[in-house]
Design a protein around this ligand. Structure first.
Ligand SMILES: [Zn+2]
Ligand SMILES: [Zn+2]
Length: 400
């Protein structure tokens, strides 16, 4: 048995040994769901457990009270590798996104990897990233950390997300948000329509113009444009002087996304010009798309495979049409990453549902979390014990 294999065996044993603790953590989060930026109970529990296991824990990083960085140093200087924990819940459906299992698996992977660190150089990090669902001041914590340069000093990052099938490496959509505020002039809609300037008409024209943009969408870039009109007047006999639209624009191609966000903005400007009203367009980038890193994906995938998990071929996962957006995308733009998903519920179970939350507490769900914790832990030690993988990952990152 090679040294790396011995390390991996040790990770597996340690995760099994810690299973009762990991299950208890998952159950505690499940029973105490907290919205993003308010995950104080989860934060206390996770940081305490990591500290008890010898991690050095920095609490409340980058001004986010429920974010943390827990680190465990090896025998000497070397690469820094990280596993990310999420622990925010959703309104109404508790842990309907399964973040209770993300937290438990990250703690399990981190603790298991730390046990072989006396024989390895480098550092293992368990990073607590709150508010993935976008609630409160710490919304999209990974973006905040990425913008502060935190991930520039991390050499490889792994994590998992519960789902209804198994896979490693998927794309996600970058997303930008636009708000358009149209300002016109009120007037009596029957007696003096000629003296009004109709902000709602401009908003409607803008809404229709964005529809027409879809016709020229690049088919390989997974463009999605979704919008609503949030304000459109106060009474039907008054020509509205104010109307507001909100749009989300998403794509798996970062450059193309910026181009399309500009075009959607121009729809507002053109409509305002046509109707003789003013418009103010505010653009905000929310999340980046996921930059795939094939060497990282292959390493994590192989570990799932070796554990007997029914993972799809990674080629299939990386080519699947991206459905959603996540702040993990912003991490992937800074350093090599591999994301994975574990099957905890029957095919067809909707995400963000009570059913998915409950699935996280079934034997199937908890078994999947344990397999995931092992695969993540094995990958962390592999990245430290086998420098070629990180080298290949960095080269791939720089050339794509
Ligand atoms: Zn979610
Ligand atoms: Zn989620």
């Amino acid at each position: 048995m090679s040294e790396l294999e011995k390390f991996k065996e040790s990770v597996k044993r340690m995760v099994d040994e810690k299973r009762p603790l990991l299950v208890e953590i998952a159950r505690y989060l499940y029973e105490n769901p907290e919205l993003g930026s308010e995950e104080y109970k989860a934060f206390e529990r996770l940081t305490k457990v990591l500290e008890e296991h010898g991690f050095n824990v920095e609490r409340g990083v980058y001004g986010m009270p429920t974010a943390f960085v827990a680190s465990f140093k090896g025998k000497g200087k070397g690469p820094r590798v990280a596993v990310l924990a999420e622990y925010d819940a959703l309104p109404g459906v508790g842990h309907g996104c399964g973040h209770d299992l993300i937290a438990a698996s990250a703690v399990g992977a981190g603790i298991a990897a730390s046990r072989v660190m006396k024989e390895l150089s480098g550092e293992v990090l368990v990073v607590g990233t709150p508010a993935e669902e976008g609630h409160g001041p710490s919304a999209g914590a990974k973006v905040i950390m990425a913008d502060h340069g935190f991930f520039d000093d991390v050499d490889g990052v792994v994590m998992l997300h519960p789902a209804n099938s198994w896979g490693v490496g998927g794309q996600s959509l970058g997303i930008h948000q636009l708000e358009m505020v149209f300002k016109g002039q009120t007037s009596h809609a029957a007696a003096s329509p000629d003296r009004g300037r109709n902000a709602l008409n401009a908003a409607t024209l803008c809404y229709m113009a964005t529809h027409m943009l879809r016709q020229e969408a690049r088919r390989d870039a997974n463009l999605v444009i979704h919008g609503i009109i949030t304000e459109g007047g106060l009474a039907s006999n008054i020509i509205p002087d104010r109307a507001v639209c909100q749009f989300g624009v998403r794509s798996s191609d970062e450059k193309y996304l910026v181009e399309m966000v500009d075009k959607v903005g121009r729809c507002a400007e053109g409509a305002a010009h046509a109707l003789g009203v003013e418009v103010e367009v505010t653009k905000r980038k929310l999340y980046s798309s996921n930059k795939l890193n094939i060497p990282m994906i292959k390493a994590l995938w192989q570990n799932y495979k070796d554990l007997g998990a029914p993972v799809k071929d990674w080629q299939e996962s990386t080519k699947a049409i991206p459905m959603a957006s996540t702040d993990f995308g912003d991490v992937s733009q800074k350093t090599p990453v591999a994301g994975s998903y574990i099957g905890i519920a029957p095919e067809g179970t909707p995400g963000h549902s009570r059913q998915l939350a409950d699935a996280s507490m079934t034997k199937e769900g908890l078994d999947a979390m344990v397999v995931g914790a092992k695969a993540l832990g094995m990958t962390l030690v592999e990245l430290l014990a086998r420098p070629e993988t990180l080298k290949e990952a960095r080269e791939y990152f720089n050339s794509h």
